[in-house]
Design a protein around this ligand. Structure first.
Ligand code: BGC
Length: 466
């Protein structure tokens, strides 16, 4: 859907005065003018500087120990583990030179047992299955396999292949891991299985995304995830990182994992919180954490919409005041329903009718109900895309000097790839804040599956430079 559709105003054909008043209020809360975004961006930049100066700040700006760039002509096969929120992938990545990559991967769904107790043993078993199924398990006489480990949670990195988990995000909450070195936990689990596999690199998914984009396009400077969660990584001059006490790398630069999903989580002062966001935050497993992420990423947007829907239904402004057991349950609206609703252009909004009446089990819906549902989806999506631009603009203006020539931003994640209008609104909003002659040098590219591929690339670079 083009951005013009997402920019529709909140006038609902056929709505009662009360319904329209409520929708106008939502419009005021969710449609953020550029001036508001500018103020948030200014604060975001200040928080970036704060995070570069010292540890323990709201934007963690974590040194990743990745100080190299791939040339794009590297060849060979490398392995990676990519741990997301619900799935785990084990990959064999073959670099073909000239930026070309082929992957062979196997996807595993995290079991309840893994999520609540045995995560690292589960990961090790998946690696074993992957290697055994393909007859790749190294024997006693062969050198161990080096593997890159994409771990998409905030880790205070202590070397290229070690780091302490700061906290869980995105709904995962395995006890006994916070404060521990996640590579040690994995390496021990691999050892328990007698697998000759060495974790050579620990990589955030944004760092992986950036490195995989850089393998294809040397002008890549920023890697971003707009998916279940959100975050970004970028190449920074080490001389700008006052808190860095390690040796100066030969390249003079290092990728920083910003952990930008936490923006504003300390004082809740700058983001445009509505009662619907506050309700979500309060009931989440990590209240007062990941404030920015909760407004822009896929795990949360459906729930923000559900809170709005119930607020309207409870005032008898939607579904004639009715709900359903499903709709009453937290998280019952998946963000993909909002995607489908936002692009439903059928005359009777039949896709939305299906979602309301079949998926959510609300007995009936009028055309006005469906129009309201669509507008909610659009408002929540548009706010997410415009707020996403804040992080992009703040990062770009931090390295403004780079914009005198072409730069590539590698982006992955379901919101960027699938949410209707998200990409377009993101780019358009960024263009409002970056001078035209510089904006034309920016290329936004989809770095599909970059997190896993990038981890294999980092494992390769780390092994080569040892
Ligand atoms: C995590 C980040 C990760 C992002 C995207 C956030 O919840 O804290 O480490 O990069 O999600 O997956």
């Amino acid at each position: 859907m083009a951005s013009s559709t997402l920019n529709l105003c909140c006038t609902i054909e056929g709505a009662s005065v009360e319904q329209q008043t409520a929708m106008d209020l939502l419009g005021k809360q969710f449609l953020l003018p550029d001036e508001r975004l500018a103020a948030i961006t200014k604060e975001f930049r200040r928080r970036m500087e704060e995070g570069l100066a010292a540890d323990g700040k709201v934007l963690k700006m974590i040194p990743s120990f990745v100080t190299w760039r791939p040339k794009g002509n590297e060849t060979g096969s490398y392995f990676a583990i990519d741990l997301g929120g619900t799935n785990l992938r084990v990959l064999k990545v073959t670099l073909n030179g000239k930026g070309g990559v082929t992957t062979e991967h196997q996807k595993f769904t995290l079991t309840q047992e893994a999520k609540s107790r045995t995560l690292f043993d589960f990961i090790a078993q998946c690696v074993e299955t992957f290697l055994d199924d393909r007859n790749l398990r190294p024997t006693g006489r062969q050198p161990p396999i080096s593997i890159g480990f994409t771990f998409s949670y905030p880790v205070q990195q202590t070397s290229i292949n070690s780091g302490i988990l700061v906290q869980w995000t995105k709904g995962l909450n395995v006890p006994g891991c916070v404060g521990r070195d996640v590579v040690r936990l994995l390496q021990d689990a691999l050892l328990r299985l007698g697998l000759r596999v060495k974790v050579a690199a620990l990589v955030n998914d944004t760092v992986g995304t950036l490195l995989s984009a850089a393998y294809n396009d040397p002008s890549s400077q920023i890697g971003i995830i707009f998916g279940t969660g959100t975050n970004a990584a970028y190449y920074e001059n080490v001389s700008n990182v006052a808190k860095w006490k390690g040796a100066n790398p030969a390249s003079g630069e290092m990728v920083l994992n910003m952990e930008w999903g936490a923006f504003d989580s300390d004082d809740f002062a700058f983001l445009p919180y509505t009662p619907h966001d506050i309700k979500l935050d309060r009931k989440s497993i990590n209240p007062r954490k990941q404030a920015y992420e909760k407004m822009i990423s896929g795990l949360y947007l459906g729930e923000v919409a559900r809170n709005i829907i119930l607020w309207l239904a409870d005032q008898r402004l939607l579904f004639d005041g009715r709900s359903s057991e499903i709709l009453n349950a937290m998280w019952s609206i998946d963000t993909s329903y909002l995607s489908s609703a936002a692009i439903d252009n059928t005359p009777d909004l039949s896709e939305i009718q299906q979602i309301i009446e079949k998926t959510l089990n609300v007995p009936t819906s009028t055309m006005v109900d469906r129009r309201i549902f669509k507008t909610i989806a659009v408002l929540v999506g548009e706010r997410a895309a415009r707020l996403s631009a804040v992080g992009v603009v703040a990062t770009l203006t931090k390295r403004l000097e780079l914009l005198s020539k072409k730069i590539n931003i590698g982006i992955d994640g379901s919101m960027y790839e699938h949410f209707p209008g998200f990409k377009e609104i993101l780019a358009e909003t960024v263009s409002h804040f970056i001078p035209e002659d510089k904006f034309k040098n920016i290329n936004f590219s989809l770095a599909k599956d970059g997190s896993g591929i990038g981890a294999a690339i980092v494992a390769m670079l780390a092994t080569q430079t040892q």
